[in-house]
Design a protein around this ligand. Structure first.
Ligand SMILES: O=C(O)[C@H](O)[C@@H](O)[C@H](O)[C@H](O)COP(=O)(O)O
Length: 269
């Protein structure tokens, strides 16, 4: 029998860590510190920082305390940015997650170069399969290096959650919840418009180094309780459970976390 390696990664998924802040402003402030810590850890490990972001209310909360800082904490030249999901519309369309992030965040950071932001190929909008494969190739290029990798390991993935418990474009009951091979998959029947999208799959989410849901406001209350208190329901957001050493966090405000019985943790870096 081989000797037991005490440091071998456990197969038990990470338990979510819940932070709750008085309001969404405090949430944004602490989220910025968390992102900077993730950035610094990643740069010291590999000299770059790979981040994937969602759309919805997240980009605005994310940008609030990352832009216009005067402490030189951000090493923008090391950032490589992907989208957890994207709608199949032109990049200057108001439904585009890239467009949203550009308006709320990227356009306010002149140091970020367009080449650091991985967007969908607009010439493939009529062919979701091809477009999805092409986006997956961008992940392969960013993560594989010289050696083939089984799964990409993002330094940080930031997620939202919809009122039905969806995250990325992974919706309740959809066949993509069981996708095990593709890193990126097309979806043409999204219940949330627009119907055609691409999305990261669980093999990507559950291999990330760190993930964080970012949830503010009373509208998130009921679903957050279900996701944290009743994981057996198997809602899409509950299925985000990375294997250690991956960590999963919920950054919430008190309005969102009001009813969950899940234990809150003190926020410290
Ligand atoms: O492209 C999308 O539709 C988003 O990435 C989606 O997954 C979003 O994160 C949730 O729907 C939450 O949206 P809100 O933050 O606006 O509630």
């Amino acid at each position: 029998m081989p000797p037991v390696d005490a440091k071998a990664p456990s197969q038990t998924p990470a338990e979510p860590i819940l932070f709750s802040f008085p309001d969404s402003d405090q949430l944004s402030r602490n989220l910025a510190d968390f992102v900077i810590k993730a950035q610094n850890d990643a740069i010291s490990r590999r000299n770059k920082f790979t981040l994937a972001t969602s759309g919805g209310s997240l980009p605005k909360m994310l940008a609030k305390y990352l832009i216009n800082r005067d402490d030189n904490a951000l090493r923008w030249d090391k950032w490589e940015i992907f989208f957890c999901d994207e709608r199949l519309v032109p990049l200057d369309h108001e439904d585009s997650n890239y467009y949203l992030c550009h308006q709320e965040f990227f356009s306010k950071v002149p140091e970020l170069k367009r080449s650091q932001i991985h967007t969908i190929d607009e010439s493939l909008l009529d062919d979701p399969e091809e477009l999805s494969d092409a986006y997956e190739k961008q992940l392969v290029q960013a993560f594989a290096g010289k050696e083939a990798v089984r799964n990409p390991v993002f330094d940080l993935i930031l997620l939202g959650m919809g009122p039905d418990g969806h995250t990325c474009s992974l919706f309740p009951g959809h066949e993509l919840l069981t996708e095990q091979d593709r890193w990126v998959a097309p979806i043409e029947d999204s219940p949330k418009p627009p119907a055609k999208r691409i999305t990261f799959t669980y093999p990507v989410l559950n291999h990330a180094h760190r993930l964080a849901f970012v949830l503010a406001g009373e509208g998130k209350q009921e679903m957050l309780s279900k996701v944290l208190d009743q994981p057996e329901l198997g809602l899409p957001a509950s299925r985000v459970r990375p294997s250690p050493p991956g960590d999963i966090y919920f950054f919430t405000d008190n309005a969102a976390s009001k009813t969950t019985k899940y234990e809150r943790s003190d926020f410290k870096l």
